[in-house]
Design a protein. Structure first.
Length: 301
């Protein structure tokens, strides 16, 4: 790796968090490059720390040795994000033919018109397609997120050849489908996925720390000792943050579930012979307890 490239990467990392959190994805792209020089890796890790501090709480710089304390937890967090990204399956096609033939796509959407509507109304996809001809971009790659909900209900089922009424059923519903990070290739999409995951973890970490500060009892007239023990003290904030980052799997994990659903979205038992969609689906579990279905998709033009 040339000195010029290293300098460029260091500058990119330093300016990454300068203004807003939406610059976070640049971090993963730089980290994805191979590191052959241990000294350079140390320098790069320090840039990661500085970017993270800019994104969360710059007052941590008042603490002696803050960068050394954060370096290990942040590297461990990044490595964990890479592991989670590797568990997302290869891209699935998203078009009319896939709706007809792919059980997963058929279960995610009520009808094929929902797929067309999703593509037409997405603010990222249309400008990207307009900027590339079909020859330049025969297939669009992107990330697809959705929410999954489960509800207990009573309905009609089958046991062997017999219909049974008013039996307890579990209805599975997918909603809030959204497309993110359109790309020109599956390789670009792998990087975009890492960027997406890492950026969202950092945003949620910041939100959690802000929530803790807001909810911490504190009065303007509190004595000096109470202030020292509160999160308003940069050292207390830093130590609390490091403890929060201690187990990366608590910040982001992935659950892969196998489903066998009827065409109406009802979870089917083993002896039910209804026509069914059978598939595995990955679901991300974030540290704020929210869950999102996450897929890599390919859209032939």
């Amino acid at each position: 790796m040339s000195d010029n490239r290293r300098s460029h990467e260091a500058l990119s990392l330093r300016t990454f968090f300068d203004d807003q959190l939406q610059h976070l994805p640049e971090l993963v792209g730089i980290l994805s490059s191979r590191i052959h020089d241990k000294q350079h890796q140390t320098e790069q890790d320090m840039q990661i720390v500085e970017g993270f501090v800019d994104a969360t709480n710059t007052k941590m710089r008042a603490v002696s040795g803050y960068s050394h304390k954060l370096r290990g937890p942040l590297r461990a967090l990044y490595d964990h994000v890479l592991q989670v990204a590797e568990e997302i399956p290869s891209p699935v096609a998203l078009n009319l033919e896939a709706f007809r033939t792919d059980p997963l796509v058929n279960a995610l959407f009520v009808n094929s018109n929902d797929i067309d509507q999703l593509l037409k109304t997405n603010p990222d996809v249309n400008p990207y397609l307009d900027a590339h001809s079909k020859n330049q971009l025969p297939v669009l790659y992107a990330l697809l997120t959705a929410s999954k909900s489960e509800k207990r209900t009573l309905g009609v089922g089958m046991s062997g050849e017999m219909f049974i009424r008013d039996i307890p059923q579990q209805a599975i519903n997918f909603s809030s489908q959204k497309i993110h990070t359109p790309c020109a290739s599956s390789r670009e999409l792998r990087t975009a996925l890492k960027e997406y995951l890492f950026a969202h973890v950092v945003v949620i970490v910041k939100q959690e720390m802000m929530s803790r500060m807001t909810n911490q009892p504190f009065k303007p007239r509190d004595d000096y000792e109470s202030r020292l023990k509160s999160l308003a003290n940069p050292e207390v904030y830093l130590n609390t943050l490091i403890e929060y980052l201690k187990v990366p799997a608590n910040l982001l994990s992935i659950d892969r579930t196998h489903f066998r659903l009827s065409k109406l979205g009802i979870k089917l038992e083993g002896d039910d012979r209804q026509s069914a969609n059978e598939f595995d689906i990955p679901e991300l579990i974030w540290c704020n307890k929210t869950r999102n279905v996450m897929l890599k998709i390919a859209l032939p033009r």
